[in-house]
Design a protein around this ligand. Structure first.
Ligand code: IPM
Ligand code: MG
Length: 371
């Protein structure tokens, strides 16, 4: 085996540390049964980092993230930090990591697990078989555009300002990730914007079209207004393969897509940077879609699946360990089929279990599948 792979683990706040603990069992399993080992560093991010280090993502944590092969991230935020000034909020921890590591392509799969199709708020026949990948831009747009702020006019009235800014290169590079992914899936990209009312939307549509024509003409491209996409996701979600959106529309639509699967606690994500032409490496961060869920934190009832599946994405995207990634995904699915449910996905007639029983069951299933 080559040199150990370097991971930075940032469990964060709320249920983050609990679900990360279960992921630790899977890591341990890989070492024990497959001789795949990682050098693991742990760090603080979000609210716990504010408490201990005075900032949601310290320079030292950022430096360690830079030298790691991949970052495994939990979740940040909670009521304890809600009243802090805007510049000190826990959420800035993840925003800083995305921005400074250049993590521009956020991949958010929304997959309906067969065993959970009935848990969706939508009719089962509408959602069964849904398999969508939302590709969201995460280093630019209205999240970072300048100028921004709250100012007062001469009459003392306040004005809030955010700027939605995109360069054509920022659009083109995330579009390439989406088209590339589509080729490995069902070969279709739906690109969303509001080209009818926004200048950035006009540019978005134009640049995506140019990249498509020049490099990916074999992939089907559909342009759709973001509001229409929200509606179509609820009425006919199976038409979608890859959805490509900017930072804000991608944020909203990926939550929507995740919710229609009925299993927010099951969904992972990856955020990737550009491939360094010299080393062939890229920065990457992996995190569950669910947040820190402060209402259930510390109770041992959170679903560890999304965190464990985020780790599977890490194996696939950062280390090319496709076989192991698939094993983990199959183990999670088999545990569901076997009838175990955490509270978030509980259904009548199933066995309700807590975080650690779920984690143990997944490792036991791994033993069966690939021990
Ligand atoms: C997400 C979250 C973040 C975002 C928050 C926590 C800043 O909603 O990852 O989707 O808006 O990007
Ligand atoms: Mg979000």
């Amino acid at each position: 085996m080559a040199a150990n792979k370097k991971l930075l683990v940032l469990a964060g706040d709320g249920i983050g540390p609990e679900v990360m603990r279960e992921t630790g069992r899977v890591l341990e399993w890989l070492g024990r049964r497959r001789a795949i080992r990682f050098d693991i560093e742990e760090g603080l991010v979000g609210g716990c980092a504010i408490d201990a280090e005075g900032t949601p993502c310290s320079d030292a944590t950022l430096a360690r993230a830079r030298t790691a092969d991949a970052v495994l991230f939990g979740s940040v935020g909670g009521p304890k930090w809600d009243s802090l000034p805007f510049e000190q909020r826990p959420e800035l921890g993840i925003l800083r990591l995305r921005k400074e590591l250049g993590l521009f392509a956020n991949l958010r799969p929304a997959v309906v697990f067969d065993a959970l199709a009935e848990a969706s708020a939508l009719k089962t026949d509408i959602v069964r078989g849904v398999d969508i990948m939302v590709v969201r831009e995460t280093t630019s747009g209205v999240y970072f555009g300048e100028p921004r702020g709250i100012t007062k006019d001469a009459a003392g009235k306040r004005h809030g300002l955010d700027s939605q800014v995109y360069s054509e290169d920022e659009i083109a590079r995330v579009a390439r990730v989406a088209f590339d992914l589509a080729r490995k899936r069902r070969n279709k990209v739906t690109s969303v914007e509001k080209a009818n009312v926004m200048q950035t939307g006009r540019l978005w549509r134009a640049v995506v079209g140019e990249v498509h024509k020049a490099e990916f003409a074999d992939v089907e491209l559909e342009n759709m207004y973001a509001d229409n996409c929200a509606m179509q996701l609820c009425s006919r979600p199976k038409q979608f393969d890859v959805i490509l959106g900017d930072n804000l529309f991608g944020d909203i639509l990926s939550d929507l897509a995740a919710a229609l699967t009925g299993s927010l606690g099951m969904l992972p994500s990856a955020t990737l940077g550009a491939i360094d032409p010299l080393t062939g490496k890229r920065h990457a961060l992996y995190e569950p879609i669910h947040g820190s869920a402060p209402d259930i934190a510390g109770k041992g009832v959170a679903n560890p699946s999304a965190q464990i599946l985020s780790f599977a994405m890490l194996l696939r995207w950062s280390f090319g360990l496709e076989e192991e990634a698939k094993l983990i995904e199959r183990a999670v699915e088999n545990v569901l089929t076997g009838g175990l449910r955490t509270a978030d996905i509980m259904q009548a007639g199933r066995a309700r279990v807590g975080t650690s029983v779920m984690g143990e069951a997944i490792v036991r299933e791994l033993d069966k599948l690939g021990g």
